[in-house]
Design a protein around this ligand. Structure first.
Ligand code: UDP
Length: 369
């Protein structure tokens, strides 16, 4: 008689939950160990008096990956929402990404115009600062990017990799106001917990149980596959040293007397005198709620002791440590170990990529076992 195929998954965030879902479809028994008391990782939504907000920061699902979209939209109902962001520059409210057509309102426009006329053909990818300065000129960089980035990352933009900017910082001239260009975009009508719980519906879940490499011998049989979605410095109890992370803290406020409090779901604030980076009003995502009075805004403060963002430094120090941790995973012979998701791969990925990595990890396990 063949034993039931099984797998241990460490972490019940979006990636771990996707692995569990996909393996269950192939007859695997998935055991998911989650260190916190709830599932979902940083992807969480809550409600105050019927108004949604996200205590761990804004998440908008967007993708061009039709397999990923089919999966998530089958499990929960996504309301169509095209995400828009505004940046506050003194008294001006500009679109983010910046649009050339809106720039003449800036007092600095003559200087900006001269700089835009003298940009190189391709941005300089040496580091984040050189990339942005050669993409938009020094004046726009100093007004909109430099200080925001100093606040967000707590370090000089020159010490960050240009990879932070290549997919996320643009200067547009097409008046496309949506932040993303993906064909599939939305926000889940019943919140993200419903999506994650649906993905986990066939899994055996253990909450409040952190797992490190030292627990594998007790929790698995030899040869059983393991998917690690937790940070590898946690999984290896910092054996090679801690990885560098940037965390955020959200402070929510209910405002009773208005229907919507700001011009878009997210308003960025590059002013160094303002301690938060952005203000988020999740209610923008659900049009059906727009007429209701009362809203919730959340201020996002950078520098919290949490693992929200891996830090892509310009010389690759953090990546090198991650590579060393990945080598330890590969060298472990008792169980096949596979890293997936933002934390375990130490990559600044979006939600759809987290789901994609979960699907790929599951496919790999099904093929190998
Ligand atoms: N950024 C900026 N000014 C802004 C918004 C973003 O300089 O008004 C830069 C900043 O370095 C930030 C990066 O662009 O870390 C990515 O921003 P995004 O809002 O896409 O970050 P996420 O939503 O992934 O946290």
């Amino acid at each position: 008689m063949t034993a039931t195929r099984s797998c241990l998954i460490i972490g019940a965030g979006l990636t771990g939950a996707t692995v569990a879902w996909q393996l269950a479809r192939h007859g695997f028994k998935a055991r998911v160990y989650e260190q916190s008391d709830v599932v979902g990782g940083h992807v969480r939504s809550e409600w105050i008096r019927g108004i949604p907000y996200e205590p761990h920061g804004a998440h908008i699902f967007h993708t061009h990956d039709s397999e990923v979209w089919q999966l998530v939209s089958k499990l929960t109902s996504f309301m169509p929402y095209e995400h828009r962001v505004t940046i506050r520059v003194r008294s001006h409210q500009l679109s983010w990404p910046l649009q050339r057509s809106e720039l003449p309102q800036l007092e600095e426009w003559p200087q900006v115009q001269r700089e835009l006329a003298n940009l190189p053909q391709h941005p300089d990818t040496t580091n984040f600062a050189t990339y942005c300065r050669t993409l938009m000129g020094d004046t726009l960089y100093n007004l909109c990017v430099r200080n925001y980035t100093m606040k967000q990352w707590g370090r000089d933009p020159e010490s960050l990799s240009s990879s932070v900017a290549t997919n996320r910082v643009e200067l547009r001239d097409d008046d496309h106001r949506g932040l993303f260009r993906d064909p599939y975009q939305g926000w889940p009508e019943h919140g993200y917990a419903h999506l994650v719980e649906s993905l986990l519906e066939d899994a055996e879940i253990h909450l409040g149980q952190p797992v490190t490499h030292a627990d594998l011998a007790d929790l698995t049989r030899p040869g059983e596959p393991v998917v690690v979605t937790s940070a590898l410095d946690d999984f290896y109890t910092c054996e090679l040293g801690p990885l560098e992370w940037r965390g955020i803290r959200l402070e929510s406020q209910f405002i009773p007397d208005v229907t919507l409090a700001q011009p878009s779901m997210v308003v960025n604030d590059p002013d160094l005198a303002v301690p938060w980076t952005r203000t988020i009003e999740t209610k923008w995502a659900l049009k059906s709620l727009h007429a209701i009075r009362g809203t919730v805004i959340m201020r996002e403060y950078p520098g919290a002791p949490a693992k929200h963002y891996p830090v892509p430094d310009s010389v690759g120090t953090n990546k090198a440590l991650q590579t060393a941790y990945e080598a330890k995973l590969a060298a472990y012979k008792r169980n096949p170990l596979r890293a997936a998701g933002r934390l375990a791969t130490y990559r600044y990925i979006n939600m759809d990529q987290a789901v994609r990595q979960g699907l790929d990890a599951a496919r790999h396990i099904v093929e190998a076992h």
